[in-house]
Design a protein around this ligand. Structure first.
Ligand SMILES: [Zn+2]
Length: 209
């Protein structure tokens, strides 16, 4: 009877230790890749040529996909954006919702605008801040542009959406990671067709929003 109780006591203590260790592993992101990091302290600049990655200015993220004219997304493109967006909504602290009547001016513009159009240079996608917010690293409205002809994949949509909320490539993370390190998920510099957020990006978003 006595020894049975003692064993039970030890078992409880051990399981307590196990739980603590598991929690520590869960929250240790591979790298800090959300603006700003020790290797990326550039403030948010407005404009396509600004070339900066900025956070979005709130955790309630609204988005609009161009639906008419030259820059509209085809149905398949929209479906792939929704696949990417759904992961941000379901797996992070961000609440993402579609804004069918977008706002382009004022203090709370639609947060992310997706268009299909030519991207300068050799990249297939580009994200820039169209209206930076007071408070160095934040943007009120992000423009995402991805080229046509099947480039609007779930992986690239996830990548550009990641930039729109402040996620960086491995070279700007701290510590730095190779740009194609698998732990970067869809934030690999060249993401795979179906790359998703992954654990590291999710943990960085949840630590910052
Ligand atoms: Zn990128």
């Amino acid at each position: 009877m006595q020894s049975h109780r003692r064993r039970a006591g030890i078992a409880v203590a051990l399981s307590g230790i196990t739980v603590i260790a598991a929690a520590a592993v869960t929250w240790a992101a591979a790298t800090d890749n959300l603006v700003p990091t020790n290797n990326y302290t550039v403030g948010c600049l407005t404009g396509m040529s600004g070339g900066t990655v900025c956070r979005t200015d709130n955790a309630d993220v609204t988005y609009y996909m161009d639906s008419g004219g030259n820059d509209k997304l085809e149905d398949i493109d929209k479906a792939n954006v929704r696949v990417a967006i759904q992961e941000f909504h379901d797996k992070t602290d961000l609440k993402v919702s579609y804004d069918s009547s977008p706002s382009w001016t004022g203090g709370s513009e639609t947060d992310i605008y997706y268009a299909e159009a030519t991207v300068p240079g050799s990249d297939e996608g580009l994200t820039w801040c169209n209206d930076n917010s007071p408070g160095a690293f934040k943007c009120d409205q992000q423009y995402v542009r991805i080229e046509g002809g099947g480039h609007y994949s779930p992986g690239l949509s996830c990548h550009e959406t990641g930039h729109a909320v402040g996620l960086l490539h491995g070279a700007e993370a701290s510590p730095t990671l190779p740009n194609q390190d698998s732990r970067l998920g869809c934030m690999k510099k060249t993401p795979g067709f179906a790359d998703g957020l992954g654990t590291n990006n999710r943990e960085n978003i949840n630590a910052n929003y």
